[in-house]
Design a protein around this ligand. Structure first.
Ligand code: 3PG
Length: 305
C-alpha cells in the first residue's frame, strides 16, 4: 500500500525515520510531502495514496474527493477538528487519531509559557512564582492530566473541571474537582484550556467566563484558537488591565491582542506537540495503526464510526 505522510508542519527527522521504517517493514511504500505551501501539492500527492498520516493538515471534502484510493487517514495527534470526519465516513474512509501520544509535550509547554508570563516575559522586573497559586484545568483528558502532574511539582493547588469526567475520577487523581466551569474560573489564578474545538466549545471562552477570573488572572490556551471568543476577550482585556492571555495558537486577532503589551504572548507557530519525543510517539503510533488496519482490519482508534 502507498502511505502518504503529509505534514505542512514537519515531524522531527528522527520521527520521520521511525515512521518510515515501521511502514516499510510492514511492506508499505512511503511518500513524504512536507512543508507544502499550496493546496494543489496536497491534492496531487493524495491521488494514489491508500493511507495518510497527517498533523493539523486540513483534510477537506476536496482532498478526500481527490484521494480516490484512500482507505484510512491517521491524525498523528489528538485533535481531529481539521478533518471532515463525516465526509470521510460517507466515502468509507476510516479516520483515526493517536490519543495521549503527544500530551506530555503540550503539558510541558503550558509551564514554559506560564513561567515566562509570571516573570513578566523576562523583562527584568520582579515577577511572581507559581508555587501556591491555584491552577484550573478545563478538561481533564490526557493533556489536562499531565498538566496536573507537572503542576504538583511546582507546588500549585490544582483544580479541574470536565463535563465528561466525573468529579470522583478527578479527585482520584489528587486534584480538586470544581463544580462547574464557572466555579473553576472563579476559583483559579491561572486557567489552562484543554477542551477540543467542537460545536459546543467554539467561542465558549467568552467575556462572562474569563471575567470570573480573580485579579491578576492568567488565561493559557494550548488547545484550539476557535474555543476563544476573540472579540469578547479583546473587550475584556481592554477593561481589565490585570489580565494576561498567553497562547500557543495565534489568534486571528493577533495584531489587536499585541496592543496589550506585557499581558499577551503568542508562539509564532503552534509548538505544543513540537518535540522529537511527541513527534516520534504520535508518528510511530500512527504508522502502527495503519499497519494493523491493513493487516487485520483493526479500527480501535477510529473517530468516525
Ligand atoms: C493535537 O491535537 O494533537 C495537538 O494540537 C498537536 O497538533 P500538531 O500536530 O498540529 O502540532
Amino acid at each position: 500500500m502507498k502511505v502518504l505522510i503529509a505534514t505542512e508542519k514537519p515531524f522531527a527527522p528522527a520521527a520521520v525515520q521511525g515512521i518510515t521504517s515501521e511502514l516499510k517493514n510492514a511492506g508499505h511504500e512511503v511518500v513524504l510531502l512536507e512543508k507544502y505551501t499550496e493546496k494543489g501539492q496536497l491534492l496531487d500527492a493524495v491521488k494514489d495514496a491508500d493511507a495518510m498520516i497527517v498533523r493539523s493538515d486540513k483534510i477537506t471534502p476536496e482532498v478526500l474527493d481527490a484521494a480516490k484510493q484512500l482507505k484510512i487517514v491517521v491524525r498523528a495527534g489528538a485533535g481531529y477538528d481539521s478533518i471532515d470526519t463525516a465526509y470521510a465516513k460517507g466515502k468509507n474512509v476510516v479516520v483515526e487519531n493517536t490519543p495521549g501520544q503527544n500530551s506530555n509535550a503540550v503539558a510541558e509547554l503550558v509551564f514554559g509559557m506560564l513561567v515566562y508570563a509570571v516573570r513578566n516575559f523576562f523583562n527584568g522586573k520582579a515577577g511572581t512564582e507559581l508555587k501556591g497559586k491555584k491552577l484550573g484545568i478545563l478538561a481533564f483528558g490526557n493533556v489536562g492530566r499531565n498538566v496536573a502532574r507537572i503542576a504538583k511539582g511546582f507546588d500549585m493547588d490544582v483544580y479541574a473541571y470536565d463535563a465528561f469526567c466525573p468529579a470522583d475520577a478527578i479527585e482520584a487523581a489528587g486534584v480538586h474537582a470544581a463544580k462547574s466551569q464557572e466555579d473553576l474560573f472563579k476559583t483559579c489564578d491561572v486557567l489552562s484550556l484543554h477542551i477540543p474545538a467542537t460545536p459546543q466549545t467554539v467561542k465558549s471562552i467568552d467575556y462572562r467566563l474569563v471575567n470570573l477570573l480573580p485579579k491578576k488572572g492568567i488565561l493559557v490556551n494550548t488547545a484550539r484558537k476557535e474555543v476563544i471568543n476573540e472579540e469578547e476577550l479583546l473587550k475584556l482585556m481592554a477593561e481589565r488591565e490585570d489580565l494576561k492571555f498567553i497562547t500557543d495558537i495565534k489568534p486571528d486577532a493577533d495584531e489587536e491582542f499585541k496592543k496589550f503589551e506585557g499581558r499577551y504572548f503568542s508562539t509564532p507557530k503552534k509548538m505544543g506537540a513540537q518535540t522529537a519525543e511527541a513527534n516520534t510517539n504520535a508518528g510511530i503510533a500512527a504508522a502502527r495503526q495503519i499497519n494493523a488496519f491493513f493487516a487485520t482490519g483493526d479500527t480501535k482508534f477510529q473517530v468516525n464510526k
